[in-house]
Design a protein around this ligand. Sequence first.
Ligand SMILES: [Mn+2]
Length: 358
Amino acid sequence: MSRLYRFFDKIEQLGVDMAIIYNVESSSRPSTYYLSGFTGSFSVLVLNRDKQFIITDSRYFEQAKQQTKFQLIEYRNGDLFNSIKAVVEEFKPKTIGLEFQRISHNVFLKINEKIKADFLPLDSVIESMRSVKEPEEIENIKRAISISEKAFLKTIEFIKEGVTEREVAAEFEYNMKKLGADGIAFETIVISGPRTSLPHGRPSSKRINRGEPITFDFGAVVNGYCADITRTVFFGKPDDEFKKIYDTVYEAQTIALNGGSANMKGKDVDALARSHIHQKGYGQYFGHGLGHGIGLEVHESPRVNSSNVELLPESAVVTIEPGIYVEGKYGVRIEEDVLVKKDFFERLTTLPREMMTI
Ligand SMILES: [Mn+2]
């Protein structure tokens, strides 16, 4: 419950009397889970320090009782917004906090029409809380990483000349689930040859041939927590240019892994890797940010990119993923997951970062 008390402290400081977390066809499931423990796809949390309610429908009555201590309000039929209104009226709020970034404009208009109050955004409150991981959250991320890494090692054994990217991706996801993943954090990327220059290319029916690089970007989910790892391996013998690009990405990552800590702003960690890639002449081929937080979502706060002027919080978990993508040739990305400590980054990923050939 201490997490909830911290949440109430923060919203009270903003002058917010209560919060509505609207998780119906919205992207509020992570915050719903974070605050209440409920994992279903249809719920509305109505809460403040005095009272905590969860509104859900008959698909989830039993599950809600098992997963959360919030008082269950059974929604059966009629206008959901009338049900929300009835619950909110018990609080007599002047100011209500909402996740502005996660509800649609339409939902906001309906809530605003039914309920007479002022509305304030709570997105940054919840995101900043979620960016600082509790020990149990770190354990879940470590388990997700471990399953992902084992699945990677198993999947590369499966690769032979002529297998398609899609077949390898399917095998990879099967392996993660068989090794105990609750799910996958995102659609697994397996791309090969010139397609590796697409930073987020999707697995296709292209066959994988000897003499090509292969990029894998993958992550298991354990108890809601995501891993996010990338490796580029070479099938056969790489040429000198590929080696040079790989070395450059590897060195840039090493500099960021060794230099990063909670004493640094997101943008300054990004600059550590970026300036090295720039010096080697590949600056124009590294277009994305260096990394991002992972947790209940695969991309969350804090960002490790040139626009984050905040210090990285201690106990955040972030990716460090420099890449170089040369259109028409190939791309290389190496992605590690690290725990932000006061004076250093603790690597959570354990796979070798050095170039692998298979
Ligand atoms: Mn990533």
